[in-house]
Design a protein around this ligand. Sequence first.
Ligand code: NI
Length: 274
Amino acid sequence: MMVTLGELFERLWERYVAITPQAERIHSLLRGRGERFQNDHVALRTFEGELGMDCLAAPFVEHGYVCTGGYRFDGKRLRARSYSHPSGRWPRVFISELVTAAFNDVVPDAVAHCVQQARGKHPLDMLLGEPPWAPVPYPVYQRVLAESEYAAWTMAFGICANHFTVHFNDLRTFADLADLNAFLIGEGFELNGEGDFIQGSPEDGLEQSSTRADTISWTFSGDEVHPIRSCYYEFAKRHTDSFGQLFDGFVTNSANRIFESTNIHAASPTSRNP
Ligand code: NI
């Protein structure tokens, strides 16, 4: 299948906003202020093994992306890699994978059942299309959720963008990230974390904030519909180092906290799945 990077990111965005209504609303609010901006990065979640980071990275690497870093989140049993396109014209891609072997039988068994159904499918088809496995039974989702929010999210939604990220440096009408955060709170959005909601610092090269994930009604096997957490929107401000180079990587501690944006919190369903 021949797909341009433009088409790939467009389709990932369509699938993302279909389950993340707040992202489209924030996007329009910013456009309404006259802002024009690119995405800093798109984050993908998957499981180690045949559907792991190498598998999902392949379509991007074919288009010239190169790996810019590897990361470990031992507390969350995750590994991740970041990829950038040398042209600088396309978003970075941040791919994480769950170390399923580190869990008891519930998670590895449920994940294996999903991954088996994806066998033989092209990674591009998984990124562009519907989940590569049949909807999971809700009781299985709940048992997995008790062990790993990450595993449950990926089983429910399949291989798709977990979040898009506004490149703050492109914005012209906000003094800093705190100013943007205050604007979002004023518009009724909930942000992840406490205090100034910012992870990282100029010294780290990267400051980030994120909304709390939407809750949507999602269809499980047997057409059972339940409210579950979907995705959040993220904002990243990059700083230059002492050599004047814009920081291109990610900060493990900040990303560790931002993974928690999809954790359980009080919220009500806002939309149905497409
Ligand atoms: Ni991110």
